[in-house]
Ligand binder design. Structure first.
Ligand code: NI
Length: 166
């Protein structure tokens, strides 16, 4: 299955709220497979469907970046139902290359969603994994790390993108 092209900010799809997935059909299953492949080859620790141009609520997460198959999580319609604590750390994003932003995230979360078999999933995550989930779920709401940066940093980034230096 093919690797997908990763869209770059400020692409419109990255700024839109993604649609709920009502029906886990073969297209969704193959999209998830392509996203996994795309994430691993980047390499990255997470990818959201809007990043490959599909405005759907689907994320793939692998904090081992492909080193440990058991770490792979594919989640449909993920929702964070509990958050606890605040931690600040530096994040990068495949859709916002060549920059990093300090982002405050909850230190511990409870997330629900559905797996590819349509089964309900509920998992607790903390630290780095909790951060990845929050970052990817932001993508489903049209939000990227630059939305946490200062206006100045964001406008410098956009200027560089326009000039083609990023
Ligand atoms: Ni990202």
């Amino acid at each position: 299955m093919p690797k997908k092209e990763i869209l770059l900010y400020p692409d419109k799809v990255l700024k839109s709220r993604a649609q709920e997935i009502d029906n886990i059909d073969l297209d969704i299953i193959s999209l998830a497979e392509d996203m996994k492949r795309t994430m691993h080859s980047a390499p990255g620790v997470g990818l959201a469907a809007p990043q490959v141009g599909e405005s759907k609520r689907l994320i793939v997460v692998d904090q081992s970046a492909g080193r440990d198959e058991s770490q792979l999580i594919i989640l449909i319609n993920p929702v964070i139902i509990e958050k606890e604590g605040v931690e600040t750390d530096t994040e990068m994003c495949l859709s916002v290359p060549e920059t990093s932003v300090d982002v405050d995230r909850a230190g511990r979360i409870l997330v629900t969603g559905t797996d590819l078999g349509g089964k309900e999933v509920r998992m607790e995550a903390q630290g780095y994994l909790a951060r990845i989930f929050q970052h990817e779920i932001d993508h489903l709401d049209g939000k990227v790390i630059l939305d946490y940066a200062s206006n100045l940093k964001r406008s410098i980034y956009l200027k560089k993108r326009k000039k083609g230096t990023l």
